[in-house]
Design a protein around this ligand. Sequence first.
Ligand code: BEZ
Length: 222
Amino acid sequence: MSHLRLGSIAPDFEAQTTAGPIKFHEWIGDSWAILFSHPDDFTPVCTTELGEVARRSNDFTARGVKLIGLSANGLEQHEAWIKDIEAFGEKVAGPTRVKYPIIADKDRKVATLYDMLDHQDASNVDAKGIPFTVRTVFVIDPKKVIRLTISYPASTGRNFDEILRVVDSLQIGDKNRVTTPVNWKKGEDVIVHPSVSTEEAKTLFPEHTVHLPYLRTTPLKV
Ligand code: BEZ
């Protein structure tokens, strides 16, 4: 099994999904992608998460990010579960349409390839005792490079505001020689990258402020 790190190429695979069969790299194309796993269909935390991702999908599309979910169940189960996700989402939070594909990974082929299986929660297993996945997130850039990984336990729903925030930071950092500070949000001041010399900073970021010799902040028009 490959050891996936930031900077690794996301392994390619073929899979059945609720939007038809895909070849992962071909499906990503020139976009960014977020692959996120769920322990199991028809489970409460997952039902809230998939609805939230559906409602936020325009936010991801606006950033050129394609979404794809995964859980260790078959297509028929996924299709039936989507009806529940949409009905529950509609009831608690407004219009909820799951349009992004969900991978049917009953045999854990993709989960194993991406090292998503749960090794710590003995209750997160199927009827045969085979582990389900944890809540993993992979943010993958258009070159298919893994730029972020997060793993949450089955018991804790993820914060998709944070995932959008990281995408914003990565995309801004790819286009400009900047980094982003603690709790940064899009539109707020950024940090001039340490590799930018004092002379370069004057031309690249004329409005920057030097707080410490190694800590310079600047507004950034995006
Ligand atoms: C849930 O989605 O609620 C869940 C799934 C598997 C284990 C624990 C919780």
